[in-house]
Design a protein around this ligand. Structure first.
Ligand SMILES: [Zn+2]
Length: 264
């Protein structure tokens, strides 16, 4: 679409350059309009048809959002927030993704690492995020970081899942080489970085005793499973202490120490 538009825009200055402005205006007569209006109209219709065929949701190719209009808007904002964050680290993301808002997440959908009910997940094999509707049964009982469930927390969890999708896009075939706990550490670190300052302050205040990881060896499934909320805060603090984008780049390039080399 943009290349077609550029051709049209680029053509006009060229016409101006070939003669004086007054002469050009005189030539812009009804005869000219009659001759070109039909062609331009046909081009416009073609452009619209091409646009709807090439672009799906959020004006992004290969993105589909299944939810109500408000959920669709929030998903598009989440995709933009996450792409902007990764762009600052030098990564350009072209999402290939379906975001599906659902009323429940089946236990059979989840990997063996998750034992507690979850609010959303990303699956790399089919590039799909499933995320609970804000009013889904049970959400009111969930208290991530000891906070009551609200739309802002739901949005933040959606951004967490979108970070997983962004990392999958960047890593390609290396995605499964990054251990599960590392995927979670990165997703939480970026999620908390993207929170509104007031929400982030509440999360950090509720876990004020949690320190940044002492070393990357602490990024493992045992520490994650012990307390995912505390793990998330430790990951965020570690991320900030290590000049956030550098930590992201090292992890994505698989340049770190592992507590268990057999995980590769
Ligand atoms: Zn996650």
């Amino acid at each position: 679409m943009s290349s077609q538009s550029n051709k049209v825009v680029a053509h006009v200055p060229h016409r101006f350059k070939s003669g004086c402005l007054a002469a050009f205006r005189n030539r812009l007569s009804l005869r000219w309009i009659r001759r070109y209006a039909l062609g331009l109209g046909a081009f416009g219709v073609g452009l619209l048809v091409g646009t709807s065929a090439a672009y799906a949701d959020c004006s992004r190719e290969r993105v589909t959002v299944i939810g109500d209009p408000d959920e669709r808007d929030r998903a598009c904002v989440a995709l933009s927030d996450v792409s902007d964050y990764f762009a600052r680290a030098g990564f350009q993301i072209q999402f290939d993704l379906t975001v599906r808002f659902v009323t429940q997440i089946e236990v059979s959908d989840l990997s063996s690492v998750h034992h507690d009910p979850v609010s959303g997940y990303y699956r790399a094999t089919n590039n799909e995020i499933r995320i609970l509707h804000a009013n889904a049964p049970g959400t009111s009982e969930r208290r991530p970081w000891h906070l009551s469930w609200d739309q802002e927390i739901g949005f933040s969890i959606l951004e967490h899942e979108v970070v997983h999708a962004a990392i999958a896009h960047i890593m390609g075939n290396n995605y499964s080489r990054l251990p599960h706990a590392w995927h979670e550490a990165l997703a939480y670190a970026v999620q908390i970085s993207l929170m509104k300052p007031e929400l982030r302050a509440q999360v950090l205040a509720n876990f004020s005793a949690v320190q940044a990881f002492g070393s990357t060896l602490e990024i493992n499934d045992v520490i994650y499973a012990f307390d995912p909320d505390a793990f998330a805060v430790a990951a965020y603090k570690f991320h900030v202490r290590n000049s956030d984008t550098e930590f992201l780049k090292r992890a994505i390039n698989l340049k770190f120490e592992l507590s268990d080399p057999t995980e590769f």
